[in-house]
Ligand binder design. Structure first.
Ligand code: SAM
Length: 271
């Protein structure tokens, strides 16, 4: 493995299973989008990606960055590949997008920041398709349906922002070097480019799922006026006893809109 010792602090688990790499490539949508890869590592996936399309890759580890410079000198010269050294989350803070036109994010992500990366890509207006390997437990939250026990705020956000979200393949630890402690999944999310999420919606969902086993109305009344919540539930025909995982994504969107409207309505004062 190139005599490189994987760095835990950067979430380095290098994917060595050729069949998984091929599955990722075969799942890529046929379009003219650019590709952004986060964490090219030793370049096993990058090698296959640059054969298909032009790629911009973000890598935080200086040692890997130098290896990649040598490994991909031809592709770098011909501008098929651009590698940017640095923390991708900082790059996202500096610019609203990781690339200046439509792109698909294809990557085996560092798990310690995988959720943040996916949420950032939801807010990045140039990102259209997301095919990423992440920890299976987190993947299940992104792809869960209403009623599933994994259904969470991440599932609601994903359903509202996407046309489809599904698991492509579950990958065991043995497919990596070094093997992670947990199973992994490759998920595919196709965003609906006509949709955007309100910045405060995320905060609202945190309240909704703050105590997942309690009633949704109870969670909501910790932050909002109880009479207002009861009235919204009546209007939307939601049972007072409904638990957070029993309410579908579009209803969450309706509740949120009404909470925002009624928040400005003086007939509801805070308790
Ligand atoms: N793509 C390679 C593969 O499939 O074998 C490596 C994947 S490894 C799970 C995660 C990669 O993300 C590592 O190369 C790591 O150095 C890089 N990484 C970790 N944190 C990062 C960050 N904040 N910004 C950019 N890259 C990061």
């Amino acid at each position: 493995m190139n005599n490189i010792k994987a760095k835990k602090k950067f979430g380095q688990n290098f994917l060595k299973d050729e069949s998984v790499l091929i599955k990722i490539i075969q799942s890529m949508p046929h379009n003219n989008n650019h590709i952004v890869e986060i964490g090219p590592g030793l370049g096993d996936l990058t090698k296959k990606l640059v054969k298909c399309k032009d790629v911009t890759a973000y890598e935080v580890d200086r040692d890997l960055y130098s290896i990649l410079q040598t490994e991909f000198s031809d592709e770098l010269k011909s501008n098929k590949l651009k590698i940017i050294l640095g923390d991708v989350l900082e790059k996202w803070n500096e610019n609203s997008s990781l690339y200046n036109s439509r792109y698909d994010l294809i990557a085996n992500l560092p798990y310690y920041i995988a959720t943040n990366i996916i949420l950032n890509s939801f807010n990045d207006n140039n990102c259209e398709n997301i095919i990423v390997m992440i920890q299976k437990e987190v993947a299940d939250k992104f792809t869960a349906q209403c009623g599933d026990k994994e259904y969470s705020s991440l599932s609601v956000i994903t359903q509202l922002i996407s046309k489809q979200a599904r698991t492509l393949i579950v990958v065991p630890p043995i497919s990596f070097d070094p093997p992670p402690k947990v199973d992994s999944s490759v998920i595919y999310i196709q965003k609906d480019m006509d949709k955007e999420l309100d910045f405060d919606f995320n905060k609202f969902l945190k309240v909704c799922f703050s105590q997942p086993r309690k009633k949704l109305s109870k969670n909501l009344s910790t932050a909002y006026n109880k009479a207002m919540i009861n009235s919204i539930f009546d209007e939307l025909n939601i049972k007072e006893s409904a638990r957070p995982h029993e309410v579908d994504a579009s209803l969450y969107s309706h509740i949120y809109t009404k909470v925002k409207q009624n928040g400005r309505n003086e007939s509801y004062t805070n308790d």
